[in-house]
Design a protein around this ligand. Structure first.
Ligand SMILES: [Zn+2]
Length: 305
């Protein structure tokens, strides 16, 4: 029986074919085999395998670091992957910025100032280091040719300002509204609706007076809630001249500050729980009575047989 061993260069060529078919799992296997079997461009085979790894785990810092190290060892300055022409230095830059982006995104939301500022700083680097050039990895792995450094910068700025806005709202709703407004304008520049950012900005900016205790509060849904109520004109008129009102513009809801709101809902939960437990006790007693009756009916039936 004749055994046919494929040479490294043949495996390398087959791997490139697999890339052309977008069968990246097979391509990676063949690039690694080609390297094992001594293909003539081992560093390139390993770089391609590392590139495929990044494509399958875009959130893995380790995969990006491995790719940077493989790309740095290449003698070529231009390579081709499928239909995409790649300038090696540009791909290294993109990997470095992706790592910074992942690190910023992984920061805790509770450290919102630091996280937001970091996202915005990475945005600045995308603009200055990549700018209008297309993002290579998005083109290869997502078929996305509109992604550019500048576009990524807009996304990161929208995220960065939104992180700060959402974090700030518990202490400074007015300031938070301004940050959400900025996040909104970056979303609009991206061609998104920005509806969510606009809604939050408006809610954060809205001021009210608590109908119950009369305290002022900023930030609807955060520091005060709108609660449906029947408000007759006689009550509506009372706040006619007020700048900050205790009721919604359509007079369908009153505003209640969150301390009053939570006190009322906690108390009403307690009352419901008492009713619920009383009802359950009643039901269990009834169940036992019925069971006793069933038993006695069964007993007399058996005696008659
Ligand atoms: Zn109140």
């Amino acid at each position: 029986m004749a055994l046919f061993f494929k040479g490294g260069d043949q495996l390398f060529a087959e791997a490139l074919d697999a890339v052309g078919r977008k069968d990246y799992a097979a391509a990676k296997r063949k690039f690694l085999d080609a390297n094992e079997k001594g293909c003539s461009n081992k560093p390139l085979a390993l770089a391609y395998a590392a590139l495929i790894d990044v494509g399958s785990s875009r959130r893995s810092i380790g995969a990006y670091q491995a790719l940077i190290s493989k790309l740095s060892g290449l003698r070529e300055s231009e390579i081709k992957f499928g239909l995409t022409d790649i300038t090696v230095a540009d791909l290294i830059t993109e990997c470095e910025l992706d790592i910074k982006e992942i690190q910023a995104a992984n920061m805790s939301d509770s450290d919102y100032q630091a996280k937001g500022q970091q996202l915005i700083a990475v945005a600045g680097e995308y603009m200055s280091r990549i700018g209008e050039k297309a993002l290579i990895l998005d083109e290869i792995f997502k078929g996305n040719t509109v992604a550019t450094g500048n576009r990524e910068a807009l996304i990161l700025q929208a995220e960065g300002y939104a992180v700060i806005g959402k974090g700030m709202v518990s202490t400074d709703p007015k300031g938070a509204a301004e940050y959400m407004q900025m996040a909104y304008s970056f979303r609009r520049q991206l061609g998104d609706s920005g509806d969510e950012e606009m809604r939050l900005s408006q809610n954060y900016a809205r001021s009210a007076k608590c109908w119950i205790c009369g305290r002022p509060a900023n930030g609807q849904g955060i520091h005060f809630q709108a609660v449906k109520a029947d408000i007759e004109p006689v009550f509506r008129k009372m706040s006619d001249g007020d700048v900050v009102k205790p009721l919604s513009d359509d007079a369908g809801s009153i505003y209640i500050c969150v301390p009053c709101y939570t006190a009322i809902s906690n108390r009403s939960d307690e009352i419901s729980r008492e009713y619920y437990e009383a009802a359950m006790r009643e039901m269990r007693a009834m169940e036992m009575r019925l069971q006793a009756e069933i038993n006695s009916v069964r007993f007399s039936a058996s005696m008659r047989r």
